[in-house]
Structures are given as C-alpha cells and as structure tokens.
Design a protein around this ligand. Structure first.
Ligand SMILES: Nc1ncnc2c1ncn2[C@@H]1O[C@H](COP(=O)(O)OP(=O)(O)OP(=O)(O)O)[C@@H](O)[C@H]1O
Length: 604
C-alpha cells in the first residue's frame, strides 16, 4: 500500500517542468508588461533599452534553462524528485527509478548513487535540487503477482555472494558456482544449483548449508532448494592430448626416489580417500618392473580387457576405483629396456578408456631417470606428492625428485614422511631419526608435510588386497589420509585456477597480462611483440636460425583470439590468421615488457 500511495502523488517530471516553465515565462512577461506600461505612462522620457534588456534577457535565460532541464530529464526518465524544504515531505515520483543512472545535458548532470540511493542534480558542481532514487523494490507492483525477476535475482545473488570460497578467496557468485537460478517471488520459492570445481570439495556441505541459510534470510523467501553438483571432468590443458586422457580433470603423481618407502601404499590409500570424498578416481600403476597394485586391491576381474575394435584397454575396477597396472596385463614380470618400458607405460596409460575421472593417481616407478622423465612429459600432471622416509639420506633423494618436477613445472603439493615413528610400551620411537621431511618442506617451499606412522595394520591391509582407508575408515591412518586428500583437492583446485588465469588478454589495455606464479607480480606484453617472438619452425628456420617471420609481417594492432594453458609450462595463443603459437612461460618472461607509463597510452 505504501508504494501504491506514493505512486498516486507522482506527477511526471515533464509536466512539472512544463508548468514551471509556463509559470516563469508568464510571470516574467506580465511583470515586464506592467513595468513598460508604468514607464510609458509616468516616465516615457526614461524608457530605454538599457532598462528593458535585463528583463528580456532573464526571460530568454529561463527558457534556456528549462530546455536544459528537459533535455537532462528526458535522457533519464527513471527519476524521482524530492524538492528541498518546505516541500521535502512530498516526494514526486516521476517514473520508475534506476539507481546508477547518469544523465546529462550540456549544463546539468544527474547522478544516482547506488549505495545511498540518493542522487544529486548538479549545476556547475553546485547542488541545486536533491533527487532521491527510491529503493529498487519500488518497481514491484502491489496487488500484482508479477515479479521483477531482476530485482529478486539480485537479492539472491547478493545474499549468496556473502559466501567466500576459502581456496580462491572469492565469493561463490564470482567463482561462477551458481547455476540454474529459478525464482518465484510470489510464492517465495528459490531454487539453484551450486556447481563446484570438484565433487570431492571438502566443504561442499558447508557451502550447501550456508547457501540455504543466507537465501532463507531474505524477507520474501519461504522455500529454498539447493542442488549440489560438480563441473564435468575436463583437463585444464589444451586438447592436444591422447584420447585416453581427455576426460580426466587432475592427474596426481605419487613419487619417491627410492623403492620400498611406501609410495604404492600412499598412492592407493590416497586414491580410495579421494573416492570416499565423492570423486571419480583411477589408479595407474606405472611400475612395470615391480607392480604393487595387484596385491593391494582385489578386483573381481584381474585381467585387463581389450576393445579389439577401438584398440583400447578397459580398466578393471575395485570398489568404484578404476585400475590399470602391468600386473593386470597377464604378462608376468617384465624384462625390458628403458625405452621399451616407456613405450609400454605410454600405451597402457593413453589407450585406456578411463572415462570421466576427477583424479587419476599415478603410482610412479621409483627414481628420477629417463622412464620417470618421459612419463612426466607424456602426461599433463597437475601436481605431485613426494613420499620419503625420515632418514637423512632420503633428503638427498627427495631433493632430486623435487628438482625433476620443478624442471617440468609440476608443483609438488605435499611431502609424506612415511614410517616416521611407532608407539610401543606407551612410548613413541623414531627408528629412522627425525627431521628429513621438514627439511624438504623448508628448503623447497612445499606447503604441506604429513607424517605417517609405522602401523602393522597398514602393512597387513596392503597384503590383504583391501586398502587401510577402506578397511578402517575411522582409524588414525584414515584420518591422516583424509587430511592428505583435502590438501590434494584444494591444491589442485588452486593450481587449475592459477594456470587458467596465468596468461590472459586484457582487451581494454590491448595487452597480454602475465601473472608470475606464486606471487602478486604481473607484467604486460604487447601482442605484436609476443607474435613476433614466436620461435616455431614457421617463424624461424630450424637449421639455419634465419628469421622467416619479418617484423612488418605482424600488424602493430594484432590481437589474440584465444589464450589457453598448455601444461604447466606454456600457453597456446591463437591469432586471427589461424596460427597457433606455443609460448612457454619462460619465454614470455624474457620478452620486452610494456612499462607502466605506456599503459595509459595503450588504454587510449
Ligand atoms: N607406514 C607403514 N607402516 C607399515 N608398513 C608400511 C608402511 N608403509 C609401507 N609399508 C609396507 O612397506 C612395504 C613397501 O611399501 P610400498 O610397496 O608401498 O613401497 P613402494 O615405495 O611403493 O615400493 P616399490 O617402489 O618397491 O613399489 C609394503 O609391504 C607396505 O605394506
């Protein structure tokens, strides 16, 4: 009723201005006439242009001012006017309001402030009248079931934007998680879906609860329905991947530099933990010489099947996790040379029909030799987990592993220090000493260290074919793996976000923006410079080093059409002529940068 009552008092702005205009013109004309008549009668000798001119001028000026006001108001019909005292209590609504609207004539400008819902009519920077934009709800008609969906949608999105994703440090609306928003304001019903980056999101229940709560707090909301889902499995990197890997979101390497430190135990238990968190998971046992997977799990089908038509491998499965190992290939233990091993691993991994996976855990062969290096180059690894034991000697081996991943630009997200202690007779023993893991963390800046104690159950479950986290999901070991699982999920999500935003094109600046990893630093490159620095065979002769692409071949105003990450080390840039340039991050770092003072010029 309040809104309705207000509407009854409202008169269109143009009518008021027209009335004011007629009033001013009439009063000025009549006063001029009266004055001229009086002078003609009493002082005809004093009648001069000097006296009458100001009056005529004031008439013309008022006409001009009115025209300006009409022009300003017509460019913003969404206006409410609140006149100054003594009429401040009367608000004339002139048309539905829209905050943030700015309209102007050559002399006046009208601004609407979204925060205060107050706008100021300015003339030469001095306020003449104060305009008040009504609250946005004013657009809802009372007594009608029709709803301004935009407004209700804004309410809901504003409420949801209070929920911050702790991994990205951004609200869930900005992250693009809110999908399929449906609102029936008349019935007070709101439904939407939260599409998270991974089904294993450790705080998905918190998101769901918070989303329910914040929306239910809106005064008009009676019923909230929140559905939870995850983005489809999709690799972050370009589609130049073997077919078998094109539907896997994250590939995690579990690696150690020595055998027997518990790498397979950790890979398998990590995989089943991720599956327990709600993710679709696979394990690839890349150890051809001594595959451990067949003893650690008990799939019904212990032989991999082939799809003869498609020439692909069908993985076997145990408790919902897809498994591929040379040990399931029915070949017995292999005696092969390095390149042959690499070929077998490559074939097993890339020709497997993995289907959609959120995480593929790769149990790497121990060491940092050619086999490991080749594997890391074939597979677009998202992250690596390093397994070590507490001996001082292990540190040297681990350092080798970290360096290998660092060269390949694969982030090491966690170190697991296995067999760090055991408890007996009420005491804790450290049979291999202490401190090697924390030294790795400190020296290489790896953010997370997990201590895994010696537990006979862990060994027994490994031999029994049922991973410990499945056999005893509430036990102490399972808790450690749950923490490791959360760490892996969060770090992968962060890495994906960082990589996908590491190199972008800023259209307004006409510059390629490069974010330096693990820092706030960023720099800008001129697109033409990036294109001219292409080192591919199309631009530079491979044999002679002669420059084929000439400086003038690249237009100064060239703009990239698309920029996509390629592994953790490069981006693929598509140019308007269809050329796809692979630009490694290291190369981008060496190019001539656009300095700050040039950027405003670019903006122009
Ligand atoms: N924390 C632990 N407590 C008790 N036993 C463990 C622990 N970690 C691993 N083991 C046992 O140690 C043995 C070696 O573990 P695992 O096979 O996982 O090591 P690995 O590094 O993968 O070895 P390889 O490189 O030879 O495959 C297994 O029998 C396993 O059950």
């Amino acid at each position: 009723m309040k809104q309705h009552g207000m509407n009854a008092d409202f008169i269109h702005l143009h009518v008021i201005i027209l009335l004011l205009f007629i009033f001013v013109v009439l009063s000025l004309t009549s006063s001029t006439m009266i004055f001229l008549e009086w002078q003609l009668k009493h002082e005809p000798h004093k009648l001069s242009l000097r006296l009458t001119l100001p009056l005529y001028l004031s008439i013309y000026l008022s006409i001009f001012l009115m025209m300006q006001v009409l022009q300003a108001s017509s460019s913003s019909p969404h206006l409410f006017i609140k006149t100054p005292s003594p009429l401040t209590t009367t608000t004339w609504g002139l048309a539905p309001s829209m905050s943030g609207v700015k309209s102007s004539s050559p002399l006046f400008s009208i601004h609407f402030s979204q925060k205060s819902q107050t706008s100021i009519w300015k003339s030469h920077k001095s306020a003449i009248f104060s305009f008040v934009a009504p609250p946005r709800a004013a657009s809802v008609e009372v007594g009608s079931s029709s709803v301004s969906t935009g407004t209700a949608e804004d309410d809901v999105l504003k409420a949801l934007s209070q929920i911050i994703d702790p991994d990205f440090g951004t609200d869930i609306v900005t992250c693009g998680f809110v999908k399929d928003l449906q609102i029936d304001k008349a019935l007070g019903e709101v439904s939407f879906r939260l599409e998270l980056t991974t089904p294993a999101c450790p705080i998905k229940d918190v998101f769901e609860q918070q989303a329910n709560e914040v929306v239910a707090m809106l005064p008009w909301v009676k019923n909230v329905k929140v559905a939870m889902s995850a983005q489809p499995a999709k690799p972050l990197f370009s589609e130049q991947l073997p077919a078998g890997l094109q539907t896997i979101s994250n590939i995690i390497a579990v690696s150690s530099c020595k055998g027997g430190v518990g790498k397979s135990t950790i890979a398998v238990n990590l995989a089943y933990t991720l599956a327990d968190m709600g993710a679709r998971v696979g394990i690839f046992d890349a150890d051809v010489y001594g595959p451990s997977l067949p003893t650690m799990v008990s799939p019904e089908n212990r032989l991999l099947e082939m799809n003869a038509e498609k020439r692909t491998i069908i993985p076997t499965e145990y408790m919902g996790v897809k498994l591929v190992s040379f040990g399931f290939a029915g070949q017995g233990r292999a005696i092969m040379r390095g390149p042959m091993v690499s070929g077998v691993i490559n074939q097993l991994l890339t020709t497997t029909e993995w289907g959609e996976l959120d995480y593929l855990v790769i149990d790497m062969p121990p060491g940092t030799g050619d086999i490991q290096l080749t594997l890391c180059q074939i597979v677009p690894l998202t992250a690596a987990v390093i397994v070590t034991t507490p001996q001082k000697l292990s540190f040297i081996d681990v350092a080798k592993g970290v360096r290998m991943f660092s060269k390949l630009k694969v982030p090491c997200v966690a170190v697991v220090e296995n067999m760090c202690h055991f408890d007996a007779d009420g005491k804790r023993y450290y049979p291999f000493g202490r401190g090697s893991g924390s030294q790795v963390v400190q020296q290489f800046g790896i953010p997370h260290l997990f201590d895994l104690p010696i537990r006979p159950t862990l060994s027994a479950s490994g031999d029994s074919g049922m991973p410990e986290v499945v056999a005893d999901p509430q036990g102490e070991v399972s808790k450690i793996f749950q923490n490791l699982g959360v760490c892996v999920v969060q770090q992968c999500a962060k890495i994906r976000q960082q990589v996908s935003t590491a190199v972008t094109y800023d259209k307004s600046m006409k510059a390629i923006r490069v974010k330096v990893p693990n820092s706030d630093e960023e720099f800008f490159l001129h697109p033409a410079t990036v294109r001219r620095n292409d080192r591919s065979a199309q631009s530079v002769d491979e044999w002679t080093g002669e420059q084929k692409l000439q400086y003038t071949d690249v237009p100064e105003d060239i703009e990239p059409e698309e920029i996509r990450p390629m592994g953790n080390y490069a981006v693929s840039i598509t140019w308007p002529d269809g050329f796809s340039q692979i630009a490694p991050y290291d190369q981008l770092q060496t190019m001539e940068r656009l300095v700050d003072y040039l950027l405003p010029t670019i903006q122009e």
